[in-house]
Write a protein that binds this ligand. Structure first.
Ligand code: M6R
Length: 623
């Protein structure tokens, strides 16, 4: 959940750290800090001023950065200990000669802290991280090198983490290691050796990356890296090819990343379809890594995910069951793991995760493997921990998503899941080839249809007027209570619309299956409550409109997502959000877009930072 960066072998170490920290802020921004090794000593600076942390850190860094031999940096999302400067990373040992930055959780830190204090160490923070610095100090006091000390430390700690260490008496050296949490190494021009918890942090400096496996450590020195196991055996790390360019990680003219990313959705969906829809009307998922014969054996599917990815997974349940007739369950990852699911070798478990690092989903997938299920992941991050763990992988190709609220990765996930559902149907012969061909055609239309929704935003922006959705947002921005209703695949769309509004506007927004409303929640509908309904045309449209009538009768203000030109639906609404028509199972890919925009405009009108909503982090790597 925190961001880590490290650099050596350059007279720009400090610049690399500050630039990387700026790109890592989406992982958390409770505090920021650096430890620099200069003139045979360590120099540390930290700031814990929330969203201003990095700005404040810049004010206190040295004016003569050329003397920095190596450095590590950190941006924090607090887990153990309050978001104070004392708890900000880097954390030091007793002597102030070892500095550590860390992402993740050291599960046995309390027992280690008690033991260290008993041995005379003074711990200055409330964090789990600090024990690492003192354990390394102990090993180095006993004559170990920094690398040996880190290896010994990682042998006694439990949990999921990545860490990077510098010490005063090994100039130019950084030692880093990982278990579960992500860590990449980059080698730049002219001897720059770099590391970070995320690739975008280093994209401006290099395109040559390597990924550490669990329980490996790396020693970085100017121009070199050496990777070893915890037993000290030297190993070759896996090199990684990255296509993302630096511009893709920047705002591209939009006021924020979320706005930019909403407008990148046609591209994200098109790229996710690329090469997977064949001209003969069939589908190909070549890189899946699970063979067709194995997939034909599957007799049950579980989809596991969290948050927005879970909503994408809900759509998959409808699609997989409809087209393949395979029983499909959708589970919140943190529940799946502990509910003793019935799994065997014919079960397919599909993890859905933008980051590929969410600990709940990662651990749920590991649980599934222990149950001998075939496990695959749909992830946006190449070589993420889930991608490396799973038997199979299907990448969404949305490019890096910086805004904490997921948008383009959600559309790409739903697209990938639709592809998977249809591919399974094609393999199992449950949809006739001609019908697969027709569905492939409808899928291929989606990028243009999404673009059509967004075109209204661009036209309005060019004209300097509010877009139609922004006008609706303006009329609703002072409402406190929203209900989002949908049926069938409109239900996950309603849930996602409500989540987006909650996350960035901090307004109460609940999503319900429309038919469930009269079993309780309708008691909350009073004049002035806003009800947003997904009312695009399906065979359930009449029932949906019946539910709309129920809330109208109780004085709700009704906002409906409706198909372009559907005036019958519009007549039942106070406000309409128009979308083009598509196949009913692909409709979530279009219907959610105006709901993203509604949340986006309301949040901006209420003066919120949509990219960095309070209390949230982009990647949740703690349970
Ligand atoms: O990286 P993941 O897709 O596994 O993340 C899952 C959730 O944490 C994520 O979707 C979260 O709900 C977002 N803030 C939604 O906008």
């Amino acid at each position: 959940m925190c961001g880590i960066i490290g650099a050596t072998g350059s007279d720009e170490v400090l610049d690399v750290l500050l630039e990387g920290l700026a790109r890592l802020e989406y992982r958390g921004y409770d505090s920021a800090g650096v430890a620099l090794q200069r003139d045979g000593a360590l120099w540390r600076a930290r700031a814990a001023t929330g969203t201003r942390s990095l700005e404040d850190l810049r004010k206190v860094v040295p004016e003569d950065p050329l003397t920095v031999a190596a450095g590590i940096g950190h941006t924090r999302w607090a887990t153990h200990g309050h978001p104070t400067e004392a708890n900000a990373h880097p954390l030091l040992d007793c002597s102030g000669t070892v500095a550590v930055v860390h992402n993740g959780i050291i599960e046995n830190w309390r027992e280690l802290a008690t033991r260290l204090q008993g041995d005379g160490h003074t711990l200055a923070s409330e964090t789990d991280t600090e024990v690492l610095a003192h354990l390394i100090e102990e090993e180095m006091d006993g004559g170990s090198s920094m690398a040996e000390a880190v290896r010994a430390t990682l042998r006694v700690v439990r949990g999921a983490f990545a860490l990077a260490v510098v010490c005063a008496n090994e100039p130019g050296t950084i030692v880093a290691g990982r278990r579960v949490s992500p860590l990449v190494i980059g080698m730049g021009e002219q001897g720059q050796a770099l590391l970070a918890s995320d690739i975008p942090a280093l994209l401006g400096r290099t395109r040559r990356f390597w990924v550490l496996d669990d329980d490996q450590i790396v020693e970085l020195r100017p121009g070199s890296m050496r990777v070893t196991t915890l037993a000290g055996k030297e190993v070759e790390p896996n090199e990684l090819h990255v296509d993302w360019d630096i511009e893709a990680a920047e705002k591209g003219g939009f006021p924020d990343f979320m706005g930019k990313e909403i407008h990148e959705q046609p591209r994200a969906v098109a790229d996710t379809l690329l090469g997977r829809l064949l001209p003969d009307g069939t589908l190909a998922l070549d890189e899946l890594r699970i063979g067709d014969d194995e997939l034909r054996q599957v007799d049950k599917v579980f989809v596991v995910a969290c948050g927005t990815s879970y909503h994408a997974g809900m759509v998959a349940k409808y699609a997989i069951e409809h087209w393949t007739r395979l029983p499909t369950e959708i589970d919140i990852a943190s529940e799946f793991r502990y509910r003793d699911p019935v799994l065997d070798g014919r079960t397919l478990v599909v993890g859905v995760s933008q980051s590929g690092e969410t600990i709940d989903t990662l651990q749920a997938m590991r649980e599934a493997r222990r149950g001998e299920a075939k496990v695959m992941v749909i992830s946006n991050v190449v070589d993420s921990s889930m991608a490396r763990d799973a038997d199979g992988v299907m990448y969404t190709r949305a490019g890096p998503e910086v805004g904490v609220a997921a948008t383009k990765t959600h559309l790409a996930q739903v697209t990938a899941l639709e592809l998977l559902a249809l591919y399974l149907a094609q393999l199992r012969g449950t949809v006739a080839p001609a019908d697969v061909g027709l569905l492939v055609e409808r899928l291929a239309e989606l990028p243009d249809l999404i673009d059509r929704i967004l075109q209204h935003e661009r036209t309005a922006q060019e004209a300097g007027t509010p877009s139609p959705v922004a006008q609706v947002a303006g009329r609703l921005a002072d409402t406190r209570d929203f209900f989002f209703l949908g049926r069938h695949v409109g239900f996950p769309v309603a849930l996602e619309g409500a989540l987006k509004l909650k996350e960035i506007s901090y307004l109460r927004a609940e999503g319900y299956p429309a038919g469930e409303l009269k079993h309780g929640p309708i008691a909350l509908i009073v004049p002035g409550t806003v009800v947003v309904g997904v009312a695009t045309r399906t065979e359930l449209w009449e029932k949906m409109m019946g539910n709309v009538a129920e809330v109208r009768a109780r004085g709700a203000t009704v906002v409906l997502v409706a198909n372009e030109g559907d005036h019958e639906t519009a007549q039942q609404a106070d406000e309409v959000l128009w979308v083009p028509e598509t196949h009913k199972l692909f409709a979530p890919i279009l219907d959610v877009v105006p709901l993203q925009l509604l949340a986006y405009h309301i949040a901006r009108m209420r003066g919120h930072d949509v990219d960095r909503p309070r209390n949230l982090a982009k990647t949740v790597t703690v349970e």
